[in-house]
Design a protein around this ligand. Structure first.
Ligand code: SF4
Length: 401
């Protein structure tokens, strides 16, 4: 469990305060640095220009370089930057213009403009950090967000951003600004749940969302931006996944990659679990087909938050079925390589601190690599041989059997 809020001793603040915790004294100190004076159990005392700042945290945990936001009258601080983490995200607003069935952070009406403080926190982040920008919908406050990005991108050439947005508030007049951020500095994470407008609109709870999203994606395309398309697997879009994959790989080939993820049991996802969760460990075929289509057309597809059973069942079952029925188009060597990799992935997942139920990019990339190696193990049962051969030839050249 990561502590994102830390108890602090009350300070007589009348405006928000950003501080960076320093445990080493041999580094150059700036005006926002507070230096560790003493540690007593879970309380650490820092010096801030002659004033004492008391912060409570787990004993032994390094907080050197962490950036905290302290708010007037609040007994806890927001830990905006954890210096030891690669995953720091600023929740810049809780307002949103959608009402997605799976929302993990259900929208709120009120908004506190803290962009100035987020900018300062980003400027104090460790070298080469990537900072997530999330909401709510960050682009509801587009001009403030763009100001913040401009300042940080210009001042800290090493910092990158990953912005999660529904992309519906981008307009042609933003192209120049988005382009100026740089393709390698900002990755735009944009959700697309179906290639059928009514299905997408129903999932996000907003009529016309798909059409506006198309315009937003066109802005990102024309700005030369890096885009990660994001799709949550749901009952609502389950049968649409192959068509969505077709759409992405034929119409949105400019994207950097496609992230496909399972529903998280939190927020509205928890509330709508029965009507939205799709158990891919019992039925994997439309998702397999979608991945196959994307991979064959050169789109990188990554799976997140998936259980081992999700992969193991079809991976083990389908080659076996094909072998037993004589419908084998993949080499024994490829299967052996693939399963060897799976064993490695399984055990590395078990010993990783984040737990084997949450595999990261690397492990999933290895699995997809195995799929490609195997020549399409995820191919579906009713695929004709002619189609399959055509796909494999496209992928691997005419000599692949
Ligand atoms: S998941 Fe949907 S409703 Fe929730 S913040 Fe994102 S866009 Fe808004």
């Amino acid at each position: 469990m990561i502590d994102l809020r830390l108890k602090v001793d009350p300070l007589p603040l009348d405006v928000p305060l950003i501080i960076r915790l320093r445990e080493q004294t041999d580094v150059e100190l700036g005006p926002h640095d507070v230096v560790l004076l003493d540690e007593d159990g879970d309380r650490r005392e820092y010096d801030y220009n002659g004033f004492s700042v008391g912060v409570y945290t787990r004993s032994g945990e390094s907080m050197d370089g962490d950036v905290l936001l302290l708010l007037p009258g609040q007994p806890s601080a927001h830990r905006l930057i954890r210096a030891n983490s690669e995953h720091n995200t600023f929740l810049v607003t809780e307002q949103c213009d959608q009402l997605c069935v799976m929302c993990s952070q259900p929208p709120k009406k009120h908004h506190n403009d803290m962009f100035e403080h987020f900018a300062l926190a980003a400027l104090l982040a460790p070298q080469n950090s990537t900072i997530g920008i999330s909401g709510g919908e960050p682009l509801l406050h587009k001009h403030r967000l763009f100001e913040m990005l401009s300042v940080v991108i210009e001042t800290r050439p090493d910092i990158r951003f990953h912005i999660l947005t529904n992309a519906q508030h981008l307009e042609p007049s933003d192209i120049e600004c988005v382009a100026s951020f740089g393709r390698d500095r900002v990755l735009w994470g944009v959700p697309l749940y179906s290639a059928t407008p009514s299905v997408h609109d129903e999932i996000v709870g907003k009529v016309g969302a798909y059409k506006t999203l198309e315009q937003g994606l066109a802005v990102l395309l024309r700005a030369g931006a890096s885009v990660e398309l994001r799709t949550v697997v749901l009952q609502q879009n389950w049968n649409d996944l192959p068509a969505l994959s077709e759409f992405i790989s034929t119409r949105l080939g400019f994207i950097s990659f496609w992230a496909v993820m399972q529903l998280e049991r939190i927020g509205y996802g928890r509330m709508n679990w029965t009507s939205s969760f799709k158990d891919t460990s019992t039925d994997f075929d439309p998702l397999a087909r979608a991945i196959d289509i994307a991979s064959a057309r050169g789109i990188q597809a990554w799976l997140y938050n998936s259980r081992p059973a999700l992969f193991l069942r079809p991976i083990v079952r389908m080659p076996l079925q094909r072998f037993l029925t004589g419908n084998v188009s993949i080499s024994i060597f490829a299967i052996v390589v693939m399963h060897a990799k799976l064993v490695v992935v399984f055990f590395s997942g078990m010993i990783m601190p984040r737990g084997f139920l949450h595999w990261g990019h690397y492990e999933v990339a290895v699995i997809l690599d195995s799929v490609v190696l195997s020549g399409g193990v995820f191919s579906y049962e009713n695929d004709s041989d002619a189609n399959r051969r055509a796909r494999l030839q496209k992928k691997s050249g005419p000599n692949r059997s």
